[in-house]
Ligand binder design. Structure first.
Ligand code: PLP
Length: 372
């Protein structure tokens, strides 16, 4: 039985090997006689699973020693409040708004700090990124927030800005929910990175926070203890019960990434090569087409999330319905665009094989012929 190709933006496709391993270990983890789900989070077995997951993530992303890795809950949306509660000190925070997710972050932060709009690409319909040289940076800002890959609008910062070169001492905060582990991170430019696991890692319920040690310990008094980074870090992410099963499955995914090779590249470097190959295959097919188009500035197109549209959707978008029905019949699932932008979207995360993208491109060609 072959599995369909799942292009969902999240929760999203996972490596079949990881699912098979989780299934094989479901009833009895390593001779313990227990499922990981049944284990005490403070017992030796789970503590080893958690420590290994953290060490593997640190290795994969080359996270320096002076950064802490926190396993939290609440997802990206909760972090929109938790980050300003921990880092803003109630002062000014700069936001670069480049799509739906950074827009939500900017709005939520207004409850906790003076959230300043440093730059926005709203005028372009979020189809490009504002040039960092044009950002209006506040003096003494507690941090600057950006979303390094906009999952809905399909724009990605392929290079993170160097805020020091722009004359700012503010730490950079990135929401890397939808590209984490698809490319290396330049930690010299980052103060904090956060993201939910359900896009590119594993099951929903786990939120990653990777934060520079010196940024801990400044939470506002109203910050819930369970969301105070200092408290979470001091307790090894076990101040309260962590999402144990999600951490375990994420750990299996980290090990899967460590095993991947593309030529001389391994781990995240191999993931990056595959992300480039998958996205190029799809963007090339879209750009060559007279039926489909992608509105995003080529320099800033996302390698993970590709929104695309029909030039002639027909009355009530009938052509979209036909495309989606044909896709589903071919085992190409979850290609409907986000409701706020419409059209189509293919999410091409680490677990999506190139063959899945090829199958999508084949269907697009066939659809084009029937349109003509
Ligand atoms: C999905 C997503 C979120 C929201 O995550 P939740 O886990 O639903 O809170 C935030 N930011 C980005 C970039 C996302 O893709």
């Amino acid at each position: 039985m072959s599995r369909p190709y799942n292009f969902s933006a999240g929760p999203a496709t996972m490596p079949e090997e990881v699912l098979a391993q989780a299934a094989a270990e479901m009833l009895d983890w390593h001779g313990s006689g227990m499922s990981v789900m049944e284990m005490s989070h403070r017992g030796k077995a789970f503590m080893s699973i958690c420590a290994q997951a953290e060490a593997d993530l640190r290795e994969l992303l080359a996270v320096p020693e002076h950064f802490r890795i926190l396993f939290m809950q609440g997802g990206g949306l909760a972090e929109n409040a938790i980050v300003p509660m921990n880092l803003s000190r109630g002062g000014t925070v700069d936001f670069v708004v480049t799509g739906a997710w950074s827009q939500k972050s900017h709005q939520e932060a207004q409850k906790y700090c003076h959230a300043q709009l440093a730059a926005s690409s709203a005028d372009s319909g979020f189809t490009t990124l504002p040039d960092p040289a044009s950002w209006r940076l506040s003096r003494g800002a507690s941090y600057l927030h950006l979303c390094s890959n906009e999952t809905i609008h399909g724009v990605e910062f392929h290079e993170l800005p160097d805020l020091r070169a722009l004359g700012s001492d503010a730490p950079l905060v990135i929401d890397f929910s939808s590209h984490v582990l698809s490319r290396p991170i330049d930690w010299q430019r980052v103060g904090l990175a956060f993201g939910g696991a359900q896009k590119n890692i594993g099951p929903a319920g786990l939120t990653l926070v990777i934060v520079r040690e010196d940024l801990l310990g400044h939470a506002l008094a109203i910050c819930p203890s369970a969301f105070d980074y200092r408290t979470v870090a001091d307790n090894g992410s076990m101040f309260n019960t962590p999402p144990t099963y999600a951490i375990y499955v994420a750990g299996l995914t980290f090990q899967w990434i460590q095993r991947q090779r593309e030529g001389d590249a391994r781990g995240v470097a191999a993931m990056e090569q595959r992300a480039i190959a998958r996205s190029q295959l799809l963007y090339d097919a879209i750009d060559r087409s007279e039926v489909f188009y992608n509105p995003v500035d080529r320099a800033h197109r996302s390698r993970m999330n590709v929104p695309f549209f029909l030039r002639e959707p027909g009355p009530d978008g009938a052509a979209y319905a036909r495309f989606l029905a044909g896709a589903e019949a071919r085992g190409l699932l979850q290609l409907k665009g986000h409701k706020s932008v419409g059209g189509l979207r293919a999410s091409l995360y680490n677990a999506m094989p190139l063959a899945g993208v090829q199958a999508l491109v084949d269907w697009m060609r066939e659809f084009e012929r029937t349109q003509a």
